[in-house]
Design a protein around this ligand. Structure first.
Ligand code: CA2
Length: 145
């Protein structure tokens, strides 16, 4: 079964505990559960991870790129700061869809810049947990005829 990596960056483990007006009320475990459901119908295996450490994300991106497996990436605040994560995507050739729960362009100016967008295949943001579901659809292989 083809695999898809869903990688989550810093503080996303706090989802569902605070700031529901921005990030919604679902926990990261809730997002994982609904994504696994969707992936099952598409015949995909989900490898779902979260880390508060930049190096973990870089290692996972490199491994996905080496395996030729696509990535849904919510790099959290590293989106706005990390050239190292952008280099990992470019250097490993990983196929990445960047996702965000919130519409970062409707928020503080420092969230308007993304180092990931230029090296991602595409970006989906502002749809809450559905951003992840839409990314899954974007990356799913077309059904066999
Ligand atoms: O909207 C998104 O998905 C973000 O990637 C979330 C990041 C933020 O830094 C990005 O600018 C946009 C933050 C995730 C932290 O989530 C929290 C949830 C509850 C309580 C505290 C933080």
């Amino acid at each position: 079964m083809p695999s898809i990596h869903v990688l989550n960056g810093p503080n996303l483990n706090l989802l569902g505990t605070r700031e529901p007006g921005i990030y919604g009320t679902l926990t990261l475990a809730d997002i994982e559960a609904r994504l696994r459901k969707g992936a099952k119908t598409l015949g995909l295996e989900v490898i779902f991870r979260q880390s508060n450490h930049e190096g973990d994300l870089i290692g996972w991106i490199q491994a996905a790129g080496a395996a030729g497996e696509p990535v849904i990436l919510n790099a959290g605040a590293y989106t706005h700061t990390s050239i190292a994560i952008a280099d990992a995507i470019k250097g490993s050739g990983a196929r990445v869809v960047e996702v965000h729960l919130s519409n970062v362009h409707a928020r503080e100016a420092f969230r308007h810049q993304s180092h990931i967008s230029a090296v991602a295949q595409g970006v989906i943001l502002g749809f809450g947990a559905a951003s992840y579901d839409l990314a899954l659809q974007a990356l799913a292989p077309p059904p066999a005829i």
